[in-house]
Design a protein around this ligand. Sequence first.
Ligand code: ADE
Length: 243
Amino acid sequence: MMQIEVISLFPEMFAALTEYGITSRARQRGLYQLTLTNPRQYTQDVHHTVDDRPYGGGPGMVMLAEPLSAAIRDAKARIQAQGITPRVIHLSPRGKPLTHEKVLQLKELPGLVLLTSRYEGVDQRVLDTLVDEEISIGDYVLSGGELPAMVLLDAIIRQLPGALGDADSAQEDSFVNGLLDYPHYTRPEEFAGLKVPDVLLSGHHEKIRQWRLQQSLMLTRAKRPDLLAERPLTKEEARLLKD
Ligand code: ADE
């Protein structure tokens, strides 16, 4: 079972992960354990202060090193007590952009500590001493690291063995083959004057496989040519793209 610790000023937000859908079911099945820690618990003053003004001036507040580092250290220690060395990741727009490939690497790790930050940032000394890696979920800025942490965890958890039933498959998703997913159809056979492609009604599994691969290739070429440029085509794929 993957051991996950999250450090957040808003731990309640993670109900989105633990209470709904595949990520909730995976938790019930014991595929991962999630523990939330609020750094506010590690403050000593009456106001439970977690941030302060930046040295050097300027706008915004900076998260204090002391409560944050104490929270991270305890989270790490809980995982280490199980004989696991966790990886400490800070969600930040400064991080390396998240990819499917990165998700597949992270899903193999037995322990993760995710640090989510608010305000303008975190005292650099926390990052220098306790954080192994920074990950971004894209080139835009959110109000805090909670949603990015949930994005990262959702992507990881759905890849854990047993997370997806037969109904949903991680093998057929977009990016699995370095390609975008093919179009899907269900009943009725005609909707808004549009028919389900004949091949999908044919029962001819090999033809259906080829059609889906061709659709994936054509969609990827149209919408994400950068993905095709990174990836050599098999002979079959090259032929399907020409047809
Ligand atoms: N925190 C704020 N914006 C973020 C982003 N784009 N990725 C990761 N963490 C963030």
